[in-house]
Ligand binder design. Sequence first.
Ligand SMILES: [Zn+2]
Length: 497
Amino acid sequence: MSLPFEQAEQDFNISSVSSDETHKEKMDRKKEERESKSLLSQLIELFQLDELPEYFIVPKRISFKLGEFCQHQTVIELSPKQYQRYFRADIDWQQQFMKSFFVSDVIIPEIALRFGKYIPVGDVETMDGCQRMSTAVIFINNDVCLPDDDDLEFVQIPGQDHTEDLRGKYYRQLSVAAREYLLSYELTSQVYYNLTPERAGHIFVNILNNQNALVNQEKRQAISSAMSRWVQETARFGPIEDSEKKKQSKSVFEVKEGLPSHLKHFKKGKEGQHIKLNVDQCLAEIIFMTMSDSYITQGVSSGQITKFYKKQAESYQDNFDSTHVEKVLTFVNQSMRGVPKAKTLTLRAFRNYCVMISQMLKAKVSVNPIDFMNCYLKAIDNLSDKKLVPADLTKTPYQALMSGSKASDTNGVFKLLWKEMSLITYKSTQLDLVRDFTRKETEDAYWAQDKICAICDHEMPEFGPDIHGDHILLYKDGNPTTPDNCDAVHSSCNWRK
Ligand SMILES: [Zn+2]
């Protein structure tokens, strides 16, 4: 790491200075101000200004009291979406964590705060320690209580001559001494400032989280950009969603009773499973594949998507034009709603469908969402037919290509799908299932034509096997086999045609 960090020895006072002050008065005043204000508050105040004073050196680490942190909870972003993993603290975890403040042999690990430029939400961002700090804030707001553990039966609060029973207590039920003890509990934080989105992502993934295995999608989402924010907003769901946003959502990822409507069949546990479901990843791939053609030559590997995210963070930090992808998703949503079987699609098959719709929309070809989905499902069925599995393999060519992410795999899949769909569309929507006219229909036409052959204009012999019914408008162009489309003709004329 090469960030210009140094221990703070500097004067953080930036308030205006009266010129009448003597040097000593000035020093005393500054000393007083420094002592009365902790580093955390000073840093927040300084970074809320547009420009840092030139002399200012940001400390690498700061200590702060829990109570002070809580005072700033409105400007500190406690749960930035880009650093959220699928793990979310449940009440048990929160209670056990709060217990650690009162049980002396537990050390609370330091957190990481980010100040300065490029922070997507709020003035200060909690890069690491989101669970811990939000839990402490929730506790002080009386929304969670301590656990009913034996360890908390006789707690010695410093400065008290008796022990306290803290089992199951809410903050408001604690003694004044216990509350003061908690509010003045010292925590430490690493300090980062003016990180570019890409750098912040790198630090989160490689430094703060290098003990945890992050999935590729989590790594990418740590890089903030207008696009990744859109992906998070659109793909993530959970119990805390404001109703206004739900209404605005046009995508198939629309939140309904906690889960996007088309993902209900994926539901395995509680809400908040978006990363396990890879909904973020699916949406990121849809965006990548509908907005850039590079998947055709580069494939859709996680490396390619990461590259796309980095470019977005670099060039489009504030803007993301979601118009096209929203159009695609709206269309796809109609397909999903109209065809119940579509809910069985895997995310990758769902993604491919979106990409095909995108191509249709770009080519200004109008298709019916329900017909198109039915045709797509039929194509997948056909391409997955066991009869297509080569002798020495276990998958059909389509299935084999679907499990890869190289350019050749992706292109191969689309080639197979388009071809299969064109065959299905031709048969099912353009050709009448009945190819031949009945003898009765043919005879009716024979008499209606006064026995004159519709092809050669000569009189035909007595009605019999040599008289054929012929389509007036061609069958192969999708015309129906109905009496009003029937001509009686010589069988010989029919063959010649
Ligand atoms: Zn004829």
